[in-house]
Design a protein. Structure first.
Length: 575
């Protein structure tokens, strides 16, 4: 039979009515229509599936796929048939849940051995009778509007489309709902499993569920708008721990959202012809948020906060996760790549760094460039007349595998001039910190003294080192090293946040910039820290160096002599 059909709503409704009339009149035509639906899921969806949108009247509408949705349906079916995981990252209101569920329904209806499980973070999002926003109710809603010849033999909605379960009495296929739990999906095999709004699942539950479902189905389909980078969905999307096939449904693909699309170049507004050119321009720009715009996008930008826009519209993992530092400012930070000098006497070109180790010989610290075993990234060599601070954060032995981190900052510009990080034992870190401080004009070394930092600072006390000391309000020395407390931590982080936001510091180091991007407000306690399994040792070390600069600011030299700063008489103290 001819499968040509209109896609405009009114004409599509007329076509559907005509098909039903012909099916009632002609049993052979009815059999042909059923066979066509069985062979072509696109025809099945576009001519016999329904959706509901309470925002419009009438709110019951024929489900007609947009071009991007049709391509997505084919990609989804391919993953199900091949038995491959498929991650779907999306902007809000792209019809993703609907077309995935209709694909599940199509398999459930026509292909024996097609059992599915659908889940979300709470039961009330999985199924609630009469609530069209829930997953199972969407399928139930559609099945109730199907002609009898397209339903399984013996199917009765009240009996076979019940709470949390849709049963095919003819084939035995099922679509079962389940709320998030550590054992999600266990028990029985499934052709595919939908993990809806996966970024919002509790982190520990999401990780356990992802592991438990690996033995249940070859095709897991995590779907979500982003909510930071460190949750399980963000890790999968960014390939943090494992690679997964990915489908990206950005708002630029939607024909109603892309009207009057444009981008700005050199102050000029340049129009984009269609969804394809807009989407490709977004990809070529490195998925930069807000670069491609439209009348619809401009309206959304006015009514949403930055984080909300990043999560619901831009597919922006960094801005959507309640970042502590300005992501716009961090985007302006430039990574200085590594370079190998031809001669040891050569300078380090501006905008590059070398990898080296520091050795001490004849009471002098010297540089040995070593691209393989070097432990210090040098962005600027020490210069006479300049003053520096070495900030240090000591590994605490956390389960996620934290590291020790040293950051050298120049006092006048506040820029980062050298960094080092690794799984250094306390005694080794003490030696490295001492040599770095001595190399950079014998300047202040401020290593955090919490936990294992106590051992590091104890060793530094016996070395040739201008060591920072924590003091109390009476100006009495409390202990060697920097003490991070509930009082000092917010102040030093706020200081760094201001420096980054106002662009008065060049971070330069790729690892450090990456850590700043994943330093967020914890959703549970509001505390700024590394997002999930990411690290923040470099952030803390940089912040320590910054607040010490505030305490011991740059003091111009007089008569070519270095000023003497009494480390036991600070300008002010924290405790």
């Amino acid at each position: 039979m001819d499968l040509k059909y209109p896609r405009e709503i009114r004409e599509n409704l007329r076509y559907r009515a005509w098909v039903l009339e012909e099916c009632e009149r002609d049993p052979n035509f009815q059999a042909s229509v059923r066979r066509a639906c069985e062979l072509d899921p696109i025809y099945y969806i576009n001519c016999f599936c329904w959706t509901k949108d309470p925002r419009v009247k009438p709110d019951v509408l024929p489900f007609i796929l947009y071009d991007f949705q049709e391509k997505s349906v084919y990609a989804l079916i391919d993953s199900i048939e091949r038995g491959e995981d498929l991650l779907v990252e999306k902007s809000r209101d792209m019809g993703v849940s609907w077309f995935i569920l209709m694909v599940f329904e199509w398999f459930w209806n026509f292909q024996p051995g097609s059992d599915f499980r659908v889940g979300s973070r709470k039961e009330e999002y999985v199924d609630k009778l009469g609530d069209i926003d829930t997953l199972i109710e969407k399928i139930r809603f559609d099945l109730k509007r199907k002609p009898l010849f397209l339903l399984p033999k013996g199917f009765r909605p009240d009996e076979h489309a019940t709470f949390m379960k849709i049963i095919n009495p003819e084939s035995g296929n099922s679509i079962v709902g389940e709320s998030a739990n550590p054992s999600f999906g266990s028990g029985g095999r499934r052709r595919a499993i939908l993990l809806d709004e996966f970024s919002k699942w509790d982190n520990s539950v999401a990780g356990a569920a992802w592991t438990s479902t690996a033995d249940v189905t070859p095709c897991r389909i995590p779907v979500s708008t982003p909510l930071g980078s460190a949750n399980k969905f963000g890790q999968l999307a960014n390939g943090t721990h494992e690679k997964i096939k990915k489908l990206t449904l950005h708002w630029t693909l939607h024909p109603k959202k892309i009207r009057e699309a444009y981008y700005i170049k050199d102050g000029e507004k340049i129009g984009l012809a269609d969804s394809t050119s807009a989407y490709n321009h977004w990809l070529r720009s490195g998925r930069e948020a807000g670069l491609v715009r439209s009348t619809w996008y401009d309206a959304e930008a006015l009514r949403r906060k930055e984080a909300d826009l990043a999560q619901e519209v831009d597919i922006d993992y960094l801005r959507s996760g309640k970042p502590f530092f300005s992501q716009k400012a961090l985007a302006n930070q430039k990574v200085w790549p590594i370079i190998k000098r031809k001669l040891p006497s050569d300078s380090v070109p501006h905008g590059f760094h070398i990898l080296a180790k520091l050795v001490e010989i004849d009471n002098r610290v010297e540089v040995r460039e070593d691209a393989y075993r070097g432990w210090l990234r040098i962005y600027e060599f020490p210069r006479k007349g300049l003053q520096y601070v070495v900030g240090g954060d000591v590994a605490e032995g956390l389960a996620k595998g934290d590291e020790s981190f040293l950051v050298v900052r120049e006092k006048w510009t506040r820029n980062v001039v050298a960094t080092s990080n690794g799984a250094y034992p306390p005694d080794d870190l003490a030696i490295k910190a001492q040599r770095v401080g001595k190399f950079y004009n014998k300047e202040i070394v401020a290593v955090e003294n919490n936990n294992h930092g106590y051992s590091v600072n104890s060793d530094l006390c016996g070395m040739d080192c201008k060591l920072y000391y924590t003091k109390n309000k009476k100006n009495d020395v409390v202990k060697a090293g920097w003490s991070t407390t509930p009082l000092t931590r917010p102040r030093m982080l706020d200081q760094l946040e201001e420096e980054i936001r106002k662009g008065v510091i060049e971070l330069r180091d790729e690892t450090l910039i990456s850590q700043c991007k994943t330093f967020v407000f914890n959703a549970k306690n509001g505390k700024p820290e590394a997002d999930g399994d990411f690290l923040d040792d470099g952030v803390i070390a940089t912040a320590i160096a910054g607040i010490v600069i505030v305490e011991f600011p740059y003091v111009p030299f007089k008569d070519e002599e270095e000023p003497v700063q009494d480390m036991k008489k600070p300008m002010f103290t924290y405790k």
